[in-house]
Design a protein around this ligand. Structure first.
Ligand code: SAM
Length: 447
């Protein structure tokens, strides 16, 4: 493996570590710029995602071999060490000697004689004696053990451990670390799912029908998305299976006026429009113009003319649309704790304070969105988190304050019905992104 692939990986890891870059975005940009072989692209991806995801565990491992505090080491050198230790401990197909040698080469390029010696000494000592780093006892320190073993922040593991117990918590953490399949939603206005599967196979993507939704396709082997002409032709939208369930629970009908209050980048707005047969009106609002541009682009690519995008603060939606919509969807801004498997760095950006702050915003958006629902209309609240403070608690608090809305079963409206009134999906149980969906209906008559 040429040093160049590791150098690209190092550049991205550095940007994530010191510049606050998102790993997936920086990776896509850097891979787009360079003529790397497919093998090198896969290696860079594995190295970046693995090193970023294993963050705190790598620092803990390094602490056993390096006497200097990591915070005092030059960031580039620190990240060379992290990449090296990731390969030594977690990439068994890379020979440890290669991991050490290439790290030393990187240190020569980015450091000086002293740092070269330092990197060499730390990594060779880790390679010689990997058993020196002993994980905490799972019985005595379960949260610390799971956090280090499965690369998650300890505060989050403590929370899930208390709620789910050891076994389920461990299964959830493992599911967060597994690579999710690519999941696509057929644009049923242009092609049937069966025909899309044939078309994808012709393009080198091995897909199978989703067991969750009638328009879903799951691909485990596929080329780079940019190489799929079927994407450019608007034959599908990339969307997780659990996210596809939301529009089914909204259940929009042709000719209706539907508001998607937090709509960008348009995964659900475009699904709603497709379910309406591209007849009626979907107003997709969001706080950010640049995100709404993506909604508009998706709508054009998929051939959906009924979607209108508008910058709007959803906490004030009722100032313009009171009692006007047949259905309103609130796919609320949330902690995203159900979708950690999608973005390797995201787990390190979360904090317990989000679970105190976000429900306040979620409640304000839900209240304003509710006021836009016509009597007899539908209000759906969804998130991509698993946390009750952002889910059931927001819905219950909303309903407690008013008797003009009633909770109805979201589970009964899923393509494959479930018993729960409010649906909570989990990566380790359901094999899809963690998602929450609740449906309420506004009574026709004041009570
Ligand atoms: C979970 S994402 C929505 C995803 C989208 N429904 C989809 O399926 O593609 C939440 C969105 O809420 C937006 N948002 C955050 N605060 C908002 C507010 N006060 N008003 C409107 N949108 C807001 C964010 O910009 C983000 O795009």
């Amino acid at each position: 493996m040429a040093v160049d692939a590791r150098d690209v990986a190092l550049k991205i890891i550095n940007e994530v570590d010191t510049g606050g870059a998102y790993a997936n975005i920086a990776l896509a940009r850097e891979l787009g710029r360079r003529p790397l072989s497919d093998q090198d692209r896969r290696f860079v991806t594995e190295l970046v995602y693995g090193t970023v995801k294993a963050g705190a565990t790598l620092d803990w491992l390094l602490g056993h071999y390096c006497s200097r505090p990591l915070a005092k080491i030059d960031p580039v050198i620190r990240n060379i060490l992290r990449m090296g230790v990731y390969q030594i401990f977690f990439l068994s197909r890379v020979p440890v000697s290669a991991a050490c040698n290439q790290a030393v080469e990187l240190a020569k390029k980015h450091g000086h004689a002293g740092t070269v010696k330092f990197v060499n000494a730390v990594l060779r000592s880790a390679a010689r004696d990997p058993g020196k780093a002993v994980y905490p006892d799972a019985d005595k320190e379960p949260a610390r053990y799971l956090a280090l073993k499965y690369f998650h922040p300890e505060w989050l593991v403590e929370r899930w451990l208390a709620r789910l117990g050891f076994e389920a918590c461990e299964a959830l953490l493992a599911a967060d670390n597994a690579t999710p399949p690519l999941s696509l939603r057929t644009n049923t206005l242009r092609i049937s799912r069966d025909d899309l599967l044939v078309r994808l196979a012709d393009e080198g993507a091995a897909g199978e029908p989703s067991r969750w939704t009638p328009e879903g396709v799951v691909c485990r082997e596929y080329p780079a998305l940019a190489r799929l002409a079927s994407l450019q032709e608007g034959l599908f939208q990339v969307q997780d299976e659990s996210s596809m369930l939301v529009a089914h629970v909204v259940g929009p009908q042709p000719g209706e006026f539907v508001i998607d209050a937090c709509g960008a980048p348009g995964g659900k707005s475009t699904h709603l429009a497709a379910l309406m047969g591209n007849r009626g009106r979907v107003l997709s609002t969001d706080l950010y113009e640049h995100k709404l541009k993506l909604t508009a682009e998706n709508a054009v690519r998929l051939g959906l003319g009924i979607i209108e995008t508008k910058v709007f603060d959803a906490t004030k939606l009722d100032t313009a649309y009171a009692s006007q919509a047949d259905r309103v969807l609130v796919d609320a801004p949330c902690s995203g704790l159900g979708v950690l498997r999608r973005k390797p760095d995201s787990r390190w950006r979360k904090s317990a304070s989000m679970l105190r702050d976000l429900p306040v915003l979620q409640a304000a958006i839900l209240a304003s969105a509710a006021a836009c629902v016509k009597p007899g209309g539908v209000l759906v609240y969804s998130t991509c988190t698993t946390e009750p403070e952002e889910n059931e608690a927001v819905v219950r608090a909303f309903l407690a304050g008013r008797d003009d809305f009633a909770l109805v079963s979201a589970g009964a409206l899923l393509p494959v019905p479930r018993a729960e009134e409010m649906v909570q999906l989990w990566p380790h149980v359901d094999g899809v992104d963690g998602f929450f969906i609740a449906r309420m209906e506004r009574r026709r008559e004041p009570v």
